[in-house]
Design a protein around this ligand. Structure first.
Ligand SMILES: Cc1cc2nc3c(=O)[nH]c(=O)nc-3n(C[C@H](O)[C@H](O)[C@H](O)COP(=O)(O)OP(=O)(O)OC[C@H]3O[C@@H](n4cnc5c(N)ncnc54)[C@H](O)[C@@H]3O)c2cc1C
Length: 385
């Protein structure tokens, strides 16, 4: 098979796979170069939450367009992404109630099925939750979670069925530039050529940006999660983000997956060990989970591990052209880029092929916004600490 294409995508996570799929649907010749295997990075570690609750319209729109894919995966992509509807509850502290109301109104204005519910409603939906501190919560009855590796692999399978060439165990080591334009890449498996190169390398993206002389504010974000076996009397529960407790949890069979939004180190090497969670994470996460769901005290630990994503100063992705002609960024998804991947891939394919994204206006996410001081701000403060 030829090593020449219209577009080279560096990175076979959910973002690179989605973009490959959408470009291939338009007949574009694509090569995906992945240094390990599909889903080896953040994607394979992702908690897979699929909800539309965000505090900026661009995120909610991307999540909402993506939601149609998650709900209709077989027809729109092929195969199974493991989408499971659980309902989603957003719990906030009293000082965030106004922001919650504004967010839910914004969601309703763009036709997302979202509503405000009372503490009594939360109790009815999730009888094991402590609700004394809740004034009002956000609720998305249709939301839930999907299986991240299955999502990325089915996107890549669909892309390959449309002619995309995937090369795994293939690490990009240099990017070739001639006359201010990208022309190809060098790898441990030889040279590949294309006039368009997309950096979808997640937590590793900064290394590739630097290969073309781009010095952007980009860091890494580590995030640990654990699975707990639920005591049988708890039954199941919705997916929950508990903003005040800096925690989220969702069910998966008889397990509950838990993540914390504090204590996630920035700037570490993404090649660090992720097979084990950081010291002390499990204890902190169990204590916090039991504050919201005391019955989980009778649960038992199933497993815990970590992952790394790329993060930017405003915790939003860098989407767009930057650096030499033909170089594009689809990276910096800052811990929330799973649920938006179907729409981001579609929008990036429109940007590359048509000059602008039309499905969702992603122009506010251009990489240049940091130099220009146009950082994204939501109704809640940034959430990863
Ligand atoms: C623990 C955890 C839980 C999360 N939970 C959620 C969630 O519930 N919902 C949500 O929406 N988001 C969640 N996220 C965020 C989401 O998973 C990521 O934003 C998303 O997976 C990023 O996808 P990606 O394709 O950009 O990056 P990755 O999946 O990291 O893919 C990048 C790929 O690039 C490859 N690569 C790197 N360097 C090179 C090179 N030089 N040459 C070739 N290939 C290279 C890597 O091997 C990797 O496979 C979570 C993230 C983590 C870490």
């Amino acid at each position: 098979m030829s090593n020449t294409a219209d577009v080279i995508i560096i990175g076979g996570g959910v973002q690179g796979s989605s973009l490959a799929f959408h470009l291939a649907q338009r007949g574009t010749k694509v090569i995906v170069l992945e240094r390990q295997f599909i889903g080896a990075g953040a994607t394979g570690r992702s908690s897979g939450l699929v909800r539309m609750h965000y505090d900026t319209e661009v995120d909610s729109r991307l999540a909402w367009v993506s939601f149609a894919y998650f709900q209709n995966w077989k027809e729109m992509v092929g195969g199974n992404c493991g989408f499971t509807r659980t309902g989603f509850i957003q719990i906030v502290e009293p000082h965030h109630v106004d922001a919650l109301k504004a967010n839910v109104k914004m969601h309703q204005d763009i036709n997302i099925p979202a509503l405000l519910i009372t503490a009594d409603d939360v109790k009815r939906l999730a009888p094991h939750l402590v609700t004394d501190d809740i004034e009002i919560a956000g609720y998305e009855p249709e939301s839930g979670y999907a299986m991240p590796s299955d999502t990325a692999n089915t996107l890549m399978n669909a892309a390959r069925a449309r002619g995309v060439k995937l090369v795994q165990d293939c690490s990009v080591t240099a990017i070739q530039i001639t006359g201010g334009k990208v022309t190809g890449v060098e790898t441990n498996q030889g040279t590949f050529s294309a006039p368009v190169i997309v950096n979808a390398a997640g937590a590793w993206a900064d290394t590739l940006n630097k290969m073309v002389g781009l010095d952007l504010p980009y860091s890494t974000w580590r995030h640990d999660t654990m699975f707990v076996v639920r005591p049988p009397e708890v039954g199941t529960h919705p997916t929950v983000i508990d903003f005040g407790k800096e925690m989220y949890f969702r069910p998966e069979g008889n397990l509950t997956l838990v993540g914390l939004e504090d204590g996630n180190p920035l700037g570490e090497s993404p090649d660090n060990d992720t097979e084990r969670a950081q010291k002390g994470f499990v204890e902190r996460a169990i204590d916090r989970l039991c504050l919201r769901m005391p019955a989980m005290e009778k649960g038992s630990l199933h497993s815990a591990h970590g992952g790394y994503d790329g993060i930017t100063p405003d915790q939003h992705p860098m989407l767009g052209a930057a650096g030499p002609d033909g170089f594009y960024l689809d990276c910096g998804h800052s811990g929330t880029g799973f649920k938006t991947a179907p729409a981001v891939g579609l929008c990036m394919s429109e940007l590359i092929l048509d000059g602008a994204a039309k499905t969702v206006d992603i122009s506010s996410l251009v990489p240049q916004r940091f130099a220009e001081g146009n950082l994204i701000k939501g109704n809640y403060e940034n959430i990863w600490r």
